[in-house]
Design a protein around this ligand. Structure first.
Ligand SMILES: [Zn+2]
Length: 538
């Protein structure tokens, strides 16, 4: 049972029927890293800031429409500059780490351990950053890498060059001291995480799979999680153990065009508007929670380890849930805390792109305003709750749209809506006369994936214990590591087959990562790295 000797121990410890879902904090707690004194010096702090700022100054932006690496799109050039910068800045990692360039712009390093039989640890990150649409409104130019008293400023300072530079800094420091780990360490830095990881992480995955085979990795840590924060009087570190699925649901309404002076009662744009309204107005998705959901374990951790005087009673009472109705009540209560909480437990639906009107790319409204739109199209970005599936989401949307299709005599995917409810989504020939068609599709360019497998966080999980110990070493012995859930995606979706121990963890205190990255937290990152790499736990 989760018990420790902390005076902060919650009053409910041991009484929760489901408390065995979560490993207790490692006890005795891990000691601070040997390097703490070095990392705490102003010199090291300044060195870390300079290294990060230097990386930020290389504008490695990945664009949605960037050409594949082999096609020499000049927008890939900065990734070569970044390789040069990293070689210069981290010479020992490059001497000892057998650097490999993967698909031109991604990087893979392998530092062998002394015991070859041990599976390696993979530390992942990404080299690319998202574009800057309006640089003029930035306090400091986005690629200036400005360092002030508290922050390194710039695009990428917080996502994800902080992780890449933190990992490399920790290893460079360890190698300076002649360190050789027992377990090998692999560094995997993709070049296109922000556009899906298909040129980077997907290729890194193939390379790792052919070297190590499925399940050949001990543990993989990538960016993510929600940092370290004080919650109800106790510090919690919350890495992501699972990621929601994702699909871009596209609804396209096609009707015959014609002159706007003699229109039908309902146009393609009008019908699409009704569909969008139905999707927004109908509560088709609800919060879900069960004993195996990490949010339940997270709430359990709050009930066990936070200050009982500060813990709300709905959590203390709610985690005693045993029936589906009790779990549902807890889910609703948690979701009611805010949008962030809600979408941890609930599939989201958001209309993000709307395209309609003939020759829609034209801005010449006058020229086309006389024509009926033959086509109107909306994208509903949908993040799939972890116990759901893309198939379930498809069925839900279809059941909402079928009655609308019927009402306006439209076919769904070329099939009669009454038949298509049970039919597959592949198109078939129209069977009845119709004035048009509604086409449903669920994503392209790899924008579609199921919820991820869930990494373990129970007492039997050695990897989880290592992570919890690393957090104790970096953030203090009082820190409780509790599982979290990711509403957004990471490169890890390409790595599922390598290990079940995939954790998304950017070790930083809450409130220190904005558009800029706090140098202090970078220091903590390298401490965490040190701990992860040297822990005897495996
Ligand atoms: Zn990122």
């Amino acid at each position: 049972m989760p018990m420790d000797s902390s005076p902060n121990l919650g009053a409910y410890a041991g009484t929760n029927p489901n408390s065995n879902v979560l490993a207790p904090p490692p006890s005795p707690p891990a000691q601070p890293s040997n390097w703490t004194n070095i990392y705490a010096t102003p010199e090291y702090r300044e060195l870390s800031a300079r290294r990060l700022a230097g990386a930020v100054r290389v504008p490695t932006v990945s664009y949605d429409d960037i050409l594949p690496p082999e096609q020499d799109d000049p927008r890939w050039r900065p990734f070569e500059d970044l390789q040069v910068y990293l070689r210069k800045t981290f010479p020992l990692v490059h001497t000892h780490g057998s650097p490999q360039i993967i698909n031109r712009y991604s990087l893979l390093y392998t530092l062998p351990g002394s015991q070859r039989s041990l599976k390696p640890l993979v530390l992942a990150g990404h080299l690319d950053v998202v574009p800057v649409p309006t640089p003029s409104i930035w306090q400091h130019p986005p690629f200036s890498g400005t360092i002030d008293a508290d922050y390194v400023h710039g695009r990428g300072s917080n996502d994800d060059k902080n992780c890449v530079i933190g990992i490399l800094s920790a290893l460079e420091r360890l190698l300076e001291g002649g360190w050789i780990g027992r377990r090998g360490i692999v560094l995997a830095f993709g070049a296109d995480e922000e556009i899906g990881g298909f040129y980077g992480a997907a290729h890194i995955f193939s390379a790792l799979l052919s070297t190590y085979r499925p399940n050949g990795i001990a543990m993989l840590v990538d960016e993510g999680g929600s940092g370290v924060d004080t919650i109800y009087g106790r510090d919690f570190a919350v890495p992501g153990v699972v990621e929601k699925g994702r699909t871009n649901f596209v609804v396209e309404v096609d009707t015959s065009g014609g002159h706007a002076s003699t229109p039908p009662t309902h146009t393609s744009i009008g019908v699409l508007a009704k569909i969008i309204t139905a999707i927004e107005d109908t509560p088709i998705f609800h919060p879900r929670l069960s004993a195996t959901n990490p949010i339940y374990a997270y709430l359990t951790a709050l009930s066990l380890y936070s200050n009982p005087a500060q813990l709300p009673s709905w959590i203390a009472d709610g985690v005693q849930a045993s029936t589906p109705a009790e779990f549902q009540a807890l889910a609703e209560k948690f979701a009611a805390q805010g949008a962030h909480e809600r979408y941890l437990l609930q599939t989201s639906k958001a209309a993000t792109v709307l395209v309609a009107g003939d020759k829609v790319s034209s801005l010449d409204v006058r020229r086309f305003s006389n024509s009926l739109a033959e086509q109107a199209k909306v994208t509903i970005n949908t993040r799939v709750e972890i116990s759901s599936s893309i198939h379930e989401v498809q069925s839900t949307y279809l059941s909402l749209i079928a009655p609308i299709a019927k009402q306006y005599s439209l076919l769904v995917n070329g099939a009669s809506p009454t038949n298509s409810l049970s039919a597959s989504f592949s198109s078939s020939s129209p069977t009845t006369s119709t004035i048009g068609n509604i086409t449903l599709s669920y994503g392209s360019h790899g924008s579609l994936h199921e919820p991820s497998p869930q990494a373990p966080y129970d007492a039997k999980s050695v990897a989880w214990t290592v992570l919890a110990r690393a957090n104790q070493a970096a953030f203090g012995p009082q820190v409780v590591t509790a599982p979290g859930l990711m509403t957004g995606g990471t490169d890890t979706r390409h790595y599922w087959n390598l290990t079940k121990n995939i954790y998304r963890w950017t070790p930083a205190r809450a409130g220190t990562r904005y558009g800029a990255h706090d140098v202090d937290e970078k220091i903590k990152l390298v401490m965490q790295m040190d701990e992860v790499s040297t822990d005897e736990g495996f």
